[in-house]
Design a protein around this ligand. Sequence first.
Ligand code: PMP
Length: 328
Amino acid sequence: MSDHVPIDEPHLDIAYHEGAYKPLEAANVNVMTHGFQYGIGCFAGVRAYYNADLDEAFIFRLDDHVARILQSCRILDFQTALGPAQIREIILEVARRNAYRGDAYFRPFFYTAEHRLSPRTHDVRVDFACYALPLGDYIDTSRGLKTIVSSWRRVDDDMIPARAKASGAYLNSALAKSEAIRVGCDEAIFLNRDGHVCEGSTENLFLVSDGVLVTPRTTDNVLEGITRKSLLVLAAEELGLAIEERAVDRTELYSADELFFSGTGAQVAWIAEVDGRPIADGTLGPITAKLKTLYHRVVTGREPKRAGWLTPIFAGIDTARLAGSSTD
Ligand code: PMP
């Protein structure tokens, strides 16, 4: 029997697995593997955007993603010999070998490669893998999303730490997302155990209220989102907005002027409705619209001031050249 398992979803051919670059279809694990069976692992989701004017693709905030996955390893007590430079290089090499001229998504992850019966984080081999997909919109950002407040609460930091981007925690996300889809919505909003607003199933959440940009604190069991962090900088420095990172009540969702999700996958995705109630007049708000446009300009290399957030994949283009590439 071939050890190549056909994949019927769009994907890029070359992955990294067990220390080698290989066809994704050959990057498989045994069913006894803990990472597979118990979800013991942690991961990153990284995007690259292709700029056709420059014939270059840029990975957004690569070093931040690498730092976060290593922080996840520390939280989960995973021992790995891989340092930031090596992880960075593997992701870049997967990108280069696939030579894909389009928007792409990279999924680097650590998982426990253990086969003994009991789940554990100590005394185990931790493996690293990375695969890639072509990816446009992960959720539709062209229309307002319909959301519900989930009946599932977010895992607490002392259960499965949200800041660790731990694989197993995504069962919590999956339950909330599927509940939302079942009732005809697009996405779910989690509350904490203490009833405060937390985040979406795989996105951070922002609201605009009286011109102030508000987002739940990172101590409220949200992932410390890299898009979140970037938007906070852009909102303060480019739009001059006042920002509050604080506990957010459920009813603030209903009374917000604007509401949107942020994430590597989601990008800036606006919310038209929560629990059947329209947000303001149910249309795209002006601050969300500005941040959405600005974010897209930044990630595609059209904002020279933020070129430091971008890592070119192919020619190693001098990011200073971006100054001349603002074509829209
Ligand atoms: N929260 C959760 C639970 C997520 O899975 C993600 C996606 N990584 C985010 C927030 C957004 O984080 P980032 O902006 O770093 O992609």
